[in-house]
Design a protein around this ligand. Structure first.
Ligand SMILES: CC(C)(COP(=O)(O)OP(=O)(O)OC[C@H]1O[C@@H](n2cnc3c(N)ncnc32)[C@H](O)[C@@H]1OP(=O)(O)O)[C@@H](O)C(=O)NCCC(=O)NCCS
Length: 158
């Protein structure tokens, strides 16, 4: 059995932006391939976009020594925290790290009433992942011929 990972989850720094972007571009490639659309938001972002979120939102990274293994962002608007760009490095996927990052960003926002996110339904494992972690499917939108978006929400326990 593949061992579970136990890296540290800490706040990202501005100089992490290039490595975070490189990891997300690699990890979201299968999604782009599945829907034959290379202009999806995680692939369009620039290093400056990532820096901007590190400056203005909560960006957490998972690290094991010098290795960057995952990241997640939380952007608060009013009573809601928007979860964006949850990513686990391809070689570390399926070993519990995505679950840990999701919990960490929720725990970092004890003041909000709910957590919102959007995911591409072509990646069936993603919807299953969020359902398992207490998110509900609140709306589905056919964004383009191949992209059907799922809007998901979890009411925070307070
Ligand atoms: C989706 C993702 C964050 C999950 O993180 P993870 O560490 O692999 O997930 P965990 O080990 O905590 O949980 C495993 C569950 O995640 C889901 N999952 C989604 N994509 C997966 C992948 N490529 N490999 C393994 N599990 C995946 C499945 O539901 C899986 O459960 P299952 O084995 O019963 O099907 C990660 O696979 C990833 O970074 N994927 C690419 C980027 C992405 O799609 N991010 C989400 C955007 S909304």
């Amino acid at each position: 059995m593949t061992p579970r990972l136990s890296p540290s989850i800490v706040a990202a720094r501005l100089d992490d932006a290039p490595a975070l972007l490189a990891m997300q571009k690699l990890a979201f490639e299968p999604e782009a391939r599945a829907c034959q659309e290379w202009e999806i938001p995680p692939l369009r972002e620039t290093v400056e976009d990532v820096r901007e979120h590190i400056r203005t939102a909560t960006v957490l990274k998972a690290v094991d020594g010098d290795s960057l293994l995952g990241a997640i962002r939380g952007i608060v608007t009013g009573d809601s925290c928007l979860i964006r760009v949850l990513v686990v490095a391809p070689e570390a996927q399926g070993r519990g790290l995505g679950t840990r990052l999701l919990r960490a960003i929720e725990d970092a926002h004890p003041q909000v009433g709910c957590f919102d996110l959007t995911t591409n339904m072509i990646m069936a494992g993603n919807v299953r992942f969020y359902l398992r972690h207490g998110y509900e499917l609140v709306e589905q939108v056919q964004h383009s011929e191949k992209i059907r978006l799922a809007f998901m929400r979890k009411i925070a326990r307070r």
